[in-house]
Design a binder for this molecule. Structure first.
Ligand SMILES: NC(=O)c1ccc[n+]([C@@H]2O[C@H](COP(=O)([O-])OP(=O)(O)OC[C@H]3O[C@@H](n4cnc5c(N)ncnc54)[C@H](O)[C@@H]3O)[C@@H](O)[C@H]2O)c1
Length: 360
């Protein structure tokens, strides 16, 4: 099993990446020296696939496991389910030394992590991410939270996990479309940080898509290393951490104007990555041909890169103006200078965005 560490002083933690490691989870959790009663939060889809193994492993390690099942779907990433998780934990008398284990994708990790951050002013929790997106992104870095009817991810906390336990074999059951959404985030790490990773993704596409364990472990590890490095330097998004928003300014606007139905998050991000690279080229920051290079890799993975038919440019720019990343009316983007190097938090005018969208 490979390990790496997120260095955050007293909030530091390990990320462990391996194959077929769910049965060993209990032993690792036991090392965290917690109270005997533990909460295991998951959803019915994931629990049906992996719940029994995880439950058995935790029981074998001496834990009394309280199962809490949240319905599947982004629409359940809401305060109601945070309260229900907290109620179950109170009913079963979990204490301040109890642990919560989040078994699932980004939705379960976000909602369960948020509940952990609130229970008795915060208990430790373990992330067991089962989607590629959660393994390379959401399980690392400590952002937790839920959606509000007035906006996505608007209510939340920074609360770091105590351990991230990645079993790459769980990806074998993940639907292809969800897998590719995770790949969008991996491509993002290549563009913002690591030319070598970007080239590797181009070279090893077939092995990646066929889930070759070593190749998959390599890209997950490299993605986690990059995220860990960024988060270690800027835990609370005071500056550098905004680099992770590459593709997200325009990507979120696409998700918003299409009502969060037409595209999954990773698909919005992949379109956003190409469009932000194209914007960067138009502004003379990225050299000519750079955006096409980004587009080629996105296209290679079968992710969308262009703008959809009938896109309303004004509505999209308006949506960007309302985004969490917009401060005092200034829209900001991460703009690549070249693959592997970007400018963070660049102010972008409405006019430049309108011209870009009109040019497509
Ligand atoms: N906290 C952060 O830093 C951060 C970062 C990025 C995204 N997010 C959040 O993550 C969420 C998206 O996460 P996601 O893409 O993992 O979606 P998700 O958690 O909804 O999972 C996608 C689907 O795959 C299913 N699934 C999960 N693992 C499976 C497996 N191994 N086999 C079969 N099916 C499986 C789930 O039940 C679900 O239906 C969003 O709410 C987003 O806001 C958070």
């Amino acid at each position: 099993m490979e390990g790496l560490r997120v260095e955050l002083g007293e909030r530091s933690y390990d990320i462990r990446i391996g194959q077929n490691t769910l049965d060993a989870l209990g032993g690792a959790v036991k090392e965290l020296k917690a109270s005997p009663t533990l909460a295991l939060v998951s959803n019915p889809t994931i629990y049906a696939l992996y719940g029994e193994r995880v439950h058995a492993s935790l029981t074998a390690a001496g834990f009394d496991v309280v199962e809490i099942i949240v319905p599947d779907g982004e629409e359940h990433k809401e305060l109601l389910w945070v309260e229900r998780i907290l109620t179950s934990m109170l009913e079963r008398r979990l204490d301040r030394k109890s642990l919560l284990v989040a078994l699932g994708g980004g939705v379960i990790g976000d909602v369960a992590g948020f509940a952990a951050s609130l229970y008795m002013r915060g208990i430790r929790f373990v992330q067991v991410p089962t989607t590629l997106l959660a393994q390379v992104d959401s399980s690392v870095g400590g952002k937790t939270g839920v959606n509000h009817p007035l906006g996505k991810n608007m209510i939340g906390t920074f609360w770091q996990p105590s351990l991230v336990w990645i079993d790459v074999d769980t990806l074998k059951t993940l639907p292809q479309r969800e897998f590719l959404c995770g790949m969008a985030e991996v491509i993002k790490y290549g563009v913002i940080w690591d030319r070598e990773l970007f080239d590797y993704l181009g070279r090893e596409k077939n092995k990646i898509l066929s889930l070759d364990p070593e190749t998959i472990s390599h890209i997950i590890r490299r993605s986690c290393e990059i995220k860990a490095e960024v988060v270690s330097r800027d835990e609370r998004e005071g500056g550098l951490r905004a680099i992770l928003n590459y593709g997200h300014t325009i990507g979120h606007a696409i998700e918003t104007v299409t009502g969060y139905i037409r595209y999954l998050h990773g698909e919005g991000v992949s379109m956003g990555m190409y469009l932000e690279a194209a914007l960067s080229e138009r502004l003379g920051i990225m050299k000519s041909g750079g955006a096409d290079e980004v587009k080629r890799l996105i296209d290679d993975y079968g992710l969308p890169s262009g703008l959809f038919d009938g896109a309303d440019a004004t509505a999209m720019v308006d949506a960007m103006g309302l985004d969490k990343k917009t401060v005092a009316g200034t829209i900001r983007c991460v703009l690549p200078e070249s693959v592997g190097k970007v400018l963070v938090n660049e102010p972008v005018t409405r006019e430049a965005l309108m011209e870009l969208l009109a040019s497509l």
